[in-house]
Design a protein around this ligand. Structure first.
Ligand code: ADP
Length: 456
């Protein structure tokens, strides 16, 4: 829920805050503990020094221990107390306000902390064995810990106030910085939301630095440009298709209207029906071409890839078109290996080469030649369809593979062409992982070259 509704800006800051809080708490704890340890060590060191100095001036008169000179005994001032205890734990002498000091249960050397009238004290007990004394006695030195505790409390107070303050500044800084970094994304989102399918010509055109967000905005603009191009291509395609459908239908309607306008001879009706048939054939051809194109362009074309003999396939097409070639007085030649294995979709490759050969024969004047040259190379097989026709003017070459594109519209249409043959050929070549290119010299002829991946 949190993940989905809270803006990235706040989420980033929250994570950042958690990290800063953990780091500051660890750092504060480390500083506090180290300070406490060194302050206690300082107190303990001082107590030990005092005890060693005091031990040097201890008298043993008649078995009772006492300080030689209580006034000059080291550091009786500063709240420090000292006392001497006999082996039974009774105080025999002392310096400072030692009266309220509790008696130890048993004499044990070392440091301890005691609470005297609510105040913490640090106590150092040193066991001493004077040569003249019969038993082990003890010297105790103690000083209040209030100064140390006060210092530690002050430090804890500074940390308790400072850490939340630093966190607050870090949070405000985090919100500000992430806001600045992510602001352009909001702009991209707002603009993207405003851009509808109808105004794909709009662009973000944000002048951002070349960072992640800048690149996102640029990529978005490029994507819009591609979408616009695709959208316009589709629109043009629909318009062209509608136009291609309307022409034969208009001719059919006109022919029928004229035939029915008054009673006619049987041969007039036959002529009208023949015209209707021609136009119906054109419509069927157009519908088939559109279907083939739609299948070829579909996101998942159902390619039926199998091992086939390209040389046999092409010779078969040449044979099939032989009557057309003969009728037009065109010679069709094949040059290449007699057999050439390839992997591909037989029906689609058949259509590809049928389209190229049909075009070549149709565009070659009587007495001309059409040559099919198959060249197996390393990794690719090239099939060149050459003709000695009128060629294609250079300004048309870049568009020749576009759908519904025709160089000579009137002539092409009268011959049944709809301008889809080369678009289909290109799609089929690309579906096979190959491509198609054209080279043409006006007045001399054209060469359409298909390259297909060879079987390795
Ligand atoms: P169509 O069905 O009209 O032939 P194509 O897509 O097959 O459509 O061809 C597009 C245009 O390319 C044709 O209208 C024609 O003008 C030109 N064209 C194709 N092949 C040749 C060729 N071999 N020689 C000259 N022009 C050609």
């Amino acid at each position: 829920m949190f993940e989905k509704t809270v803006p990235i800006r706040i989420r980033l800051t929250a994570w950042y805050m958690v990290l800063v809080a953990i780091t500051l708490a660890a750092f504060g704890g480390f500083v506090y503990l180290n300070l406490a340890r060194s302050l206690y060590a300082e107190v303990d060191g001082g107590l030990r020094t005092l005890a060693q100095e005091a031990a040097r001036g201890i008298d043993n008169e008649d078995g009772a221990l006492s300080f030689q000179n209580a006034d000059t005994a080291p550091s009786a001032a500063g709240g420090v107390i000292m006392r001497l205890l006999d082996e039974l734990g009774h105080t025999t002498d002392g310096i400072g306000d030692y009266a309220g000091f509790p008696m130890p249960k048993r004499l044990q050397a070392g440091f301890s902390t005691a609470r005297i009238s609510g105040e913490p004290w640090r106590v150092y007990t040193m066991l001493i064995k004077l040569p003249s004394a019969s038993a082990t006695c003890a010297l105790q030195v103690a000083r209040p810990l209030s100064a140390v505790d006060e210092t530690l409390e002050r430090v804890a107070g500074v940390l308790a106030l400072g850490i939340p303050l630093v966190l607050l500044v870090a949070a405000l800084g985090g919100v500000f910085i992430s806001g600045r970094a992510l602001g352009p994304i909001d702009r991209v989102t707002r603009l993207a939301r405003d851009i509808g399918a109808e105004d794909l010509s709009r662009r973000l055109n944000l002048s951002l630095p070349d960072d992640e967000v800048g690149r996102l905005a640029k990529t978005f603009d490029c994507m819009l440009a591609r979408l616009q191009a695709a959208f316009e291509r589709e629109k043009r395609f629909t318009q062209d298709a509608a136009h291609e459908l309307r022409t034969p239908l208009t001719i059919m309607k006109g022919t029928v209207d004229v035939a029915l306008s008054r009673p006619r001879e049987a041969r007039d009706y036959r002529a009208a029906l023949a015209e209707v048939e021609t136009q119906a054939d054109r419509l069927i051809h157009l519908a088939e071409s559109l279907l083939v194109l739609a299948r070829a362009e579909s996101a998942k074309p159902d390619l039926n890839v199998e091992s086939l003999d390209l040389a046999v396939l092409i010779s078969g097409i040449a044979e099939q078109l032989q009557p057309l070639a003969v009728a037009r007085g065109v010679t069709v030649r094949y040059s290449g290996p007699r057999t050439l294995r390839l992997r591909g979709d037989q029906d689609r490759l058949l259509r590809l080469f049928l389209n190229l050969l049909d075009n070549a024969i149709k565009h070659t004047p009587e007495g001309g030649n059409v040559t099919i040259e198959v060249t197996p190379g390393a990794g690719v097989v090239e099939v060149a369809v050459k003709d000695t026709g009128p060629g294609i003017p250079p300004e048309h070459l870049p568009h020749i593979f576009e759908r519904f594109y025709r160089v000579d519209k009137a002539r092409s249409r009268s011959e049944g062409g709809v301008g889809l043959g080369l678009a289909i050929a290109k799609h089929i070549a690309q579906l096979h992982g190959g491509d198609i290119r054209v080279a043409s010299t006006p007045g001399k002829g054209s060469v359409f070259t298909v390259s297909l991946p060879a079987v390795r």
